[in-house]
Write a protein that binds this ligand. Structure first.
Ligand SMILES: Nc1ncnc2c1ncn2[C@@H]1O[C@H](COP(=O)(O)OP(=O)(O)OP(=O)(O)O)[C@@H](O)[C@H]1O
Ligand SMILES: C[C@@](O)(CCO)CC(=O)[O-]
Ligand SMILES: [Mg+2]
Length: 387
């Protein structure tokens, strides 16, 4: 028995960090995904182990399922229909299981992802031996939602073989979940994100689950229908960062300067609202597309300024901003900042020569540029290795 789930990464067009503090944000899925394959052994191959293979990092782990059961004794699992936060005592016991793996110091960031896996696996599937394999097209820890895509892909694969989903196992190729199944899957993914991020807003797992473009505020999602082409250059500064630490830094600044930060978050809320209106408004001709793009560029610049106020920009991000500005292009960081990825709007009438020039200049600084398609499918599954 085998199922593969795929979950897309995302870009945040406006509102990262402020969304954690109740402001509106706008995000869209991108056509780069994380894949989770779940395989249950045939009866004769059952060795009592749960295996996790992380292909992108080149690490493999396994645990006797009885050890996981011991670690979570006294906790109400499995309970697939009721997404539940990992209790503090379970976090401690899972942390011990993960410490025993002796993950190399340079890769220690993945410990949180492994803990999220153990919690989601035992909560949804219980203590059955299985193999789970993860691979991703997303750069890890770079602002494109790799942690959320991981949790959504885990939840998708795990729920596909649970009583909470009724999917057609004989279907060939990629298959969508039903609406109520997606709601459950999204809640489980959020519980995984909490283990990785500390205090996520839920926007990343939500856009990875449902796909397309969304407006998100205080846990509530509004699906947006874009009425204009939106092309973004994504520049990865290759500067590593950690979303949990950056989110904690903004919370600290908010404690230190509550009134000033409330004004910053308020401004971001207005920017996201305006951005959503522009993206959705009808554009009858080319002129109005150009006008809309000019407004979006201004909003991106304003949002970037406010992200600087929050303390989440970085010298590498500033280099991208300066470089793209030479070509009269507007940019902003996306995701948690502190390095990671930067978005640059590529207006419809911009010549391919300029795109090539700015890309070459950015890459000469040691950055890596990609153009990803925006607003595609959310999570999907495929049974029996037919894709
Ligand atoms: N393919 C993967 N394999 C193993 N672990 C992963 C994978 N993708 C994500 N992770 C986990 O997620 C962590 C990165 O999450 P983090 O939230 O810091 O960055 P991000 O999600 O890429 O960016 P952002 O939250 O700003 O969008 C990794 O350290 C690891 O624990
Ligand atoms: C920085 C943040 O706003 C977005 C990370 O992609 C965190 C979150 O919303 O959970
Ligand atoms: Mg993340």
């Amino acid at each position: 028995m085998e199922v593969k789930a795929r979950a897309p990464g995302k870009i945040i067009l406006s509102g990262e960090h402020a969304v954690v503090h109740g402001s509106t944000a706008v995000a869209a899925s991108i056509d780069l995904s994380t894949y989770a394959t779940l395989r249950f052994p045939a009866h004769s191959d059952n060795d009592g182990l749960l295996r996790l293979e992380l292909k992108d990092i080149g690490l493999e782990f396994s645990w006797p399922v009885v050890r996981i059961k011991e670690a979570l004794s006294g906790i109400d699992v499995p309970n697939p229909s009721t997404p539940t936060s990992c209790p503090a005592e379970a976090i401690k016991s899972l942390a011990i299981l993960v410490e025993e793996l002796n993950i190399p110091e340079a890769k220690i960031g993945i410990a949180a992802g492994v803990m999220a896996f153990l919690w989601l696996y035992s909560s949804i599937q219980g203590f059955k031996p299985a193999t789970v394999i993860i691979s991703s097209e997303l750069p890890l820890g770079s602002g494109l939602g790799s942690s959320a895509a991981l949790c959504v892909a885990f939840s998708g694969a795990l729920l596909a073989y649970s009583d909470c989903a009724s999917l057609d196992f004989s279907h060939q190729g990629w298959l969508n979940f039903g609406e109520s199944e997606l709601d459950l899957l999204n809640k489980w993914a959020f519980e995984g994100e909490k283990i990785i991020h500390g205090r996520p807003s839920g926007i990343d797992n939500t856009v990875s689950t449902y796909g397309n473009m969304i407006k998100f505020r205080s846990g509530n999602l509004t699906r947006l229908k874009s009425n204009m082409p939106l092309k973004m250059l994504i520049t990865n500064t290759n500067v590593g960062r950690n979303t949990k630490a950056l989110v904690a830094g903004v919370s600290e600044r908010t404690l230190n300067h509550p009134d000033a930060m409330a004004s910053v978050f308020n401004a971001v809320d207005s920017i996201s609202g305006e951005l959503a209106t522009i993206i959705q408004s009808e554009a009858p001709d080319e002129i109005s597309v150009t006008e809309k793009e000019a407004k979006i560029e201004e909003l991106m610049e304003m949002n970037q300024g406010l992200l600087q106020c929050m303390g989440v920009s970085h010298a590498s991000i500033e280099t991208v901003l300066r470089t793209t500005l030479k070509y009269k292009l507007a940019s902003k960081l996306t995701g948690a900042g502190g390095g990671g990825c930067v978005l640059t709007l590529l207006p419809t009438l911009l010549s391919a020569i300029v795109v090539d020039k700015v890309t070459a200049e950015l890459e000469s600084c040691g950055f890596h540029c990609v153009t990803a398609a925006i607003g595609g499918q959310g999570v999907q599954v495929c049974f029996g290795g037919s894709s």
